[in-house]
Design a protein around this ligand. Structure first.
Ligand SMILES: [Zn+2]
Length: 230
């Protein structure tokens, strides 16, 4: 039984995820990027119990507690953590903090899906929930098909974006109703890429633009501010 630690998983996005510890190294012996010059810091290789993703984290333990983390020990070390110095990879962007909760959950279901068929069903849910959360439809209980035809009529979404959503709807219908043809892994990859594009348009880009607007407003204000020595 490996020793465990609770960290945010950079692969599947699960917060406070239990991870098994497989290797422990003094952080003063670690390479740059994982190096920490404190006797209580350790570099750990850890594996997420949810998605099985491997990551490496340099963790500083509270005074006198670094010896508690050691391969061969068991139990949870989380209460002895002072703070996490580094974790690699950094968040890889599979899930986004800009997505609403229901979208995030569906994308995690897709990530963990046992088969390409299961993944495609979850991508369809992610798109349907995303369109609702983005306010594309106000009516509760509408099917994805109805949401899309209404959006088309009211010009709420551009034609190319409706095309993308339509394809995810088709993948979802195939997943749910058409057993004659099996999904290939490439089908699920295509569905993932298309879904990410839709979510990018609905949630990522508005957040980015918001931030960019704030930056350019600040620059404009600085440009027009009265000078100290006219
Ligand atoms: Zn994970």
């Amino acid at each position: 039984m490996a020793q465990t630690i609770t960290l945010d998983c950079p692969w599947c996005g699960s917060k406070k995820q239990t991870m098994d510890i497989f290797c422990v190294v003094d952080a003063r012996l670690s390479p740059p990027g994982l190096y920490a010059n404190t006797g209580e810091a350790r570099t750990l290789s850890v594996k997420c119990r949810s998605c099985e993703g491997l990551s490496v984290a340099t963790v500083d333990f509270t005074a006198g507690n670094s010896s508690r983390v050691a391969v061969g020990n068991s139990g949870d070390t989380t209460k002895y953590i002072d703070y996490v110095v580094f974790q690699i990879p950094e968040k890889i962007g599979y899930v986004s903090e800009n997505w609403p909760e229901a979208v995030r959950e569906s994308m995690l279901d897709a990530y963990e899906g046992r088969s390409p068929r299961a993944k495609c069903q979850s991508y369809r849910s992610a798109v349907e929930f995303g369109l609702r959360e983005a306010g594309i439809t106000a009516e509760a209980g509408q099917t994805l098909g109805a949401i899309l035809s209404e959006a088309k009529k009211k010009f709420a979404l551009s034609e190319p974006l409706i095309e993308l959503c339509d394809q995810i709807k088709a993948f979802g219908n195939w997943g749910l109703h058409w057993a004659e043809t099996d999904f290939a892994p490439e089908d699920a990859e295509a569905a993932q890429e298309i879904t990410q594009s839709i979510l990018s348009y609905l949630f990522e880009m508005p957040a980015r633009v918001e931030l960019a607007k704030k930056r350019s407003d600040e620059a404009k204000a600085a440009h027009h501010a009265p000078k100290d020595n006219p």
